[in-house]
Design a protein. Structure first.
Length: 81
């Protein structure tokens, strides 16, 4: 079964790299998109400053801030292999 990776819209380099590795990738535009994925890759820019957060996806969330596309792929593969 193919893993679906949700990627924030601004991370096009990560999206392209994941697709090149054979992952199914969708852009995260809203909460409904996040519910459809096995893993999320986010920029971390929308971190809730109040410390309050709701879990939308049951899969791992990878913060891509400061990481290259290859490093993000390594982290995704670590979760699924």
């Amino acid at each position: 079964m193919s893993k679906i990776i949700g990627v924030e819209q601004s991370l096009t380099n990560v999206e392209d790299a994941l697709k090149a590795k054979g992952y199914e990738v969708i852009q995260l535009r809203n909460e409904e998109d996040a519910k459809k994925v096995d893993c999320c890759v986010v920029t971390g820019q929308d971190t809730n400053v109040m410390g309050i957060s709701e879990t939308i996806t049951s899969g791992p969330v990878i913060e891509a801030s400061g990481l290259s596309a290859d490093e993000v792929i390594q982290r995704v593969e670590k979760f699924f292999h």
